[in-house]
Design a protein around this ligand. Structure first.
Ligand code: NAD
Length: 258
């Protein structure tokens, strides 16, 4: 029997991360879900069943990510990390109540970009100790957004946080090549998740206009299918793959939410 393989999925208790966890579990990998809410973790484990494990933590915390990696390594050889933790954010640079809050900007970048880097750096250190399998020690998959390329009005902070994830992908892949670790980013279009459901109706209607083909929002399982392929295909490295049904986001100027 081959040794057990584990994968850390940040933000794995809902939306895209939960779909990735489900897909990994179906392929025999033990998914370790890192999330901030124990309650949501318990619900996710109930829905997944099987071998899935939950570990409470915040991706911006060195101690909590370290503990999550310990948990993942107790459940198998850690060969994959899929970073799905992230938060949406919308605020105008010149809003009705004044200039964009600097604290908010820093918070979004800290959560989405620095949190992702924190997990990458700590996970890479663990993967570097793995015995190579099929010519590699591990794969790190990060989640950006179309906002990294065509951020809308009101998305300066969010776009900066996701653009940073896209930009660091190649240097990370180049650097970690010596450790036989791949780094790939996925940029999703519009997917039906709890975060998307929380968008105000006018914002959703506005986004619907940008749909091309298929003219619907994506199913998280379709995002997870791409992640599974990335994990399986050693030639995919150092770049960002869009999974968006040809959507190119418009300016967002027709809808003013803030
Ligand atoms: N759904 C979409 O259409 C869409 C589009 C583009 C990008 N994305 C990105 O995909 C990722 C997943 O989004 P989703 O739609 O599944 O949202 P979601 O809200 O369902 O899932 C995100 C999860 O990440 C968790 N999280 C956020 N910050 C965290 C932190 N600091 N530490 C630990 N966990 C944290 C949240 O609590 C949540 O459980 C996000 O990075 C999001 O920006 C989603």
């Amino acid at each position: 029997m081959p040794p057990t393989t584990s994968a850390l999925v940040t933000g794995g208790t809902s939306g895209l991360g939960l779909a990735v966890a489900e897909r990994l579990m179906a392929s025999g990998v033990v998914p370790v879900l890192l999330g901030r809410s124990t309650e949501r973790g318990e619900v996710a484990l109930k829905s997944l069943g099987g071998t899935a494990v939950f570990t409470r933590g915040d991706v911006t915390s060195e101690a909590e990510v370290t503990a999550a990696l310990d948990t993942a390594q107790r459940h198998g050889t850690l060969r994959a990390v899929v970073n799905c933790a992230g938060e949406p954010h919308a605020a105008r640079v010149l809003g009705r109540s004044g200039p964009h809050s600097l604290e908010d900007f820093a918070q979004v970048v800290t959560n989405n970009l620095i949190g992702t880097f924190n997990v990458v750096r700590l996970a890479a250190a663990r993967m570097a100790g793995n015995e190579p399998a099929r010519g590699e020690r591990g794969v790190l998959v990060n989640t950006a957004s179309l906002a990294a390329y065509e951020g809308q009005a009101g998305q300066a902070a969010y776009a900066a946080s996701k653009g940073g994830i896209v930009s660091m992908t190649l240097p990370l892949a180049r650097e970690l090549a010596g450790s036989l670790i791949r780094v790939v980013t996925v940029a999703p279009g519009f997917f039906t998740t709890p975060a998307a459901a929380a968008l105000p109706a006018p914002a959703r209607t506005e986004l619907d206009r940008d749909l091309v083909h298929p003219r619907r929002w994506g199913d998280p399982a379709e995002f997870a299918a791409l992640v599974a392929h990335v994990l399986d295909n050693p030639m995919i490295n150092g770049g960002t793959l869009r999974v968006d049904g040809a959507v190119r986001m418009s300016s967002g100027l027709r809808h003013r939410s803030t």
